[in-house]
Design a protein around this ligand. Structure first.
Ligand SMILES: NC(=O)c1ccc[n+]([C@@H]2O[C@H](COP(=O)([O-])OP(=O)(O)OC[C@H]3O[C@@H](n4cnc5c(N)ncnc54)[C@H](OP(=O)(O)O)[C@@H]3O)[C@@H](O)[C@H]2O)c1
Length: 270
């Protein structure tokens, strides 16, 4: 039986993917910060819950050890846990910036490192790293979120060379807008008392935010795309999932950097 480990499986893309893989007969290690609160995934025969906070090295090591003991082998690791920090860079506190990178970048690296010895020993395994269309282009007022996802892109692409030599694959998942908790409870706002210089640009951004197609895809659609990436046997690195993601990336490639950025300004900041 094939096995997958998923981070951030308590909601959204992670939860939908856990259910989708379990439905296809995979054994799923659904990891999350608070497994005691989970009431749905623990009803599935093929899904086991594990506590894992990607910002806590000890919890990653414990979960990896337990999962490898219980499952014997892991085929795929889906690095999915993440959230967005929105607002002007200047308004974000150093703590907010650190937590954004600790979760989206260093957490993903730590989970990757925890499963590498197992993949190396097997000369097999696949890391599926969830980035975003926001790892390939940028939208205004999300400089910190984008910088984490651009980091995931560079890390994953370069890592794929060295791990490829050892029989281990890396793929990047690039969702467009997905209807999850991402733009609700998972979105952290950067705002600094008395810093009003960005109010106008922030107001324009908020007024035009809907143009991003925030809920363009469902989490189930993402799960299907992630399953295809896990099972298609291709050497493809990037998987754009969602029509909005495909269109935005095609636009960036056709228009080039400067024209794309001018177009974004026109759409979002006027
Ligand atoms: N939704 C979109 O439009 C969209 C677009 C592009 C990319 N993405 C990416 O997709 C991934 C999943 O997001 P989503 O849309 O499914 O949003 P979501 O429903 O808010 O899910 C985010 C998940 O990440 C978990 N998480 C956050 N910090 C964590 C930590 N320190 N340790 C472990 N888990 C942690 C959350 O767990 P808790 O329940 O404990 O908070 C939750 O399970 C993220 O990497 C996000 O950047 C989303």
């Amino acid at each position: 039986m094939n096995t997958i480990v998923i981070t951030g499986a308590s909601s959204g893309i992670g939860k939908a993917t856990a259910k989708y893989f379990a439905g296809k007969g995979w054994k799923v290690a659904a990891t999350m910060r608070k497994p005691a609160n989970e009431t749905e995934l623990n009803q599935h025969d093929n899904i086991s819950l594990y506590g894992l906070d990607v910002t806590d090295e000890a919890s990653i090591a414990n979960a990896a050890e337990q999962i490898l003991n219980d499952f014997g082998a892991v085929d795929v690791v889906l690095n999915n846990a993440g959230y967005g920090l929105l607002g002007p860079f200047e308004a974000a506190t150093p703590e907010q910036i650190k937590r954004q990178f600790d979760t989206n970048v260093f957490g993903l690296m730590s989970v990757t490192r925890a499963f590498l010895p197992h993949f190396r020993a097997n000369r097999a395994g696949l890391f599926l790293n969830v980035s975003s269309i926001g790892g390939l282009v940028t939208f205004p007022l999300m400089s910190l979120y984008h910088s984490t996802k651009w980091a995931v892109e560079g890390f994953s692409e370069s890592l794929s060379y060295e791990l490829g030599e050892l029989g281990i694959r890396v793929k990047i998942i690039e969702p467009g807008g997905v209807a999850t908790d991402f733009s609700g409870r998972s979105l952290v706002l950067a705002g600094k008392e008395g810093l009003t210089a960005y109010d106008e640009v922030m107001g324009k951004f908020q007024a035009n935010r809907a143009k991003f197609g925030l809920n363009a895809s469902t989490a189930e659609f993402l799960a299907e795309g992630i399953y295809a990436a896990a099972t298609d046997g291709k050497t493809q690195l990037r998987y754009l999932i969602g029509e909005d993601a495909e269109q935005t990336y095609a636009m960036r490639q056709q228009a080039g950097d400067d024209a794309f950025i001018a177009g974004m300004k026109e759409r979002i900041l006027t």
